[in-house]
Design a protein. Sequence first.
Length: 189
Amino acid sequence: MRRIAVVGCSGSGKTTLSRRVARSLGLRHIELDGIFHQPGWVPLPVPEFRQRLSAQLEEASGGWITDGNYNSAVGDLIQERADTIVWLDLSRPLVMRRIVLRTLRRFLTREVLWNGNREPLSNFWRWDPERNVIRWAWTSHPRNRERYEQCAADGSWAHARVVRLRTPDEVARFERDCAAAQSWPAFLT
């Protein structure tokens, strides 16, 4: 496990898991949101996004773990190179509870996210999923599940080991096994 892609819908815990596994396995953690979201929440143009991500993947000669989806923009750069794909497929009610609490905490504490960005108030009242991360999580959850079920079934991920984690207990066990073994978790072999 030296090139890991962590995917799942917003609020599923991709970044938290990726940071912890990166620390356990000595991998470079690459957060796709941190590359894509420029100051003022301006999206990085796709060609530049691909270029910056490619450079970071190349620099991570000892291995990497990415978190995020961005399948249409950079999925080929990550998922085709990954030796392991970890799919956080948690239930919609759990994800929604997490995303609402996380967004509220970030807004109230004025936590700085990527490139000086902070959670905007619009996350609580805008209806457009592109402008409201809570609504985005709600609308993208079934799409992501369908997309990743397709990838697992159609051979898109056949080159990699696929780990589908459906409950917080499975996520915790995966994380513990990574920390203990510093290699492939025993319960998945």
